[in-house]
Design a protein around this ligand. Structure first.
Ligand code: ZN
Ligand code: ZN
Length: 69
């Protein structure tokens, strides 16, 4: 399936500005404001993995911010 970088109406190719696009990770039924026809949009996010960091037992900072010896 081809993914588009902008939320684009499949009927009239009207592009929705990023500020008004449906970013939540779920499918949404939206009505195109240009042609008035409803379509379904769902953002696809690629899972990159978990970032794990230790908390320093001395200072309570994460590894990145810890200055302890
Ligand atoms: Zn449209
Ligand atoms: Zn520390």
């Amino acid at each position: 399936m081809e993914l588009l970088k902008t939320q684009t109406c499949p009927y009239c190719a009207n592009e929705v500005e990023d500020a008004y696009a449906q970013w939540e990770d779920d499918s949404h039924i939206v009505e195109c404001e240009a042609c008035g026809i409803e379509y379904r949009v769902q953002p696809i996010y690629e899972f990159k993995g978990f970032e794990i960091q230790k908390l320093c037992v001395s200072c309570g900072e994460f590894d990145d911010d810890c200055c302890c010896e």
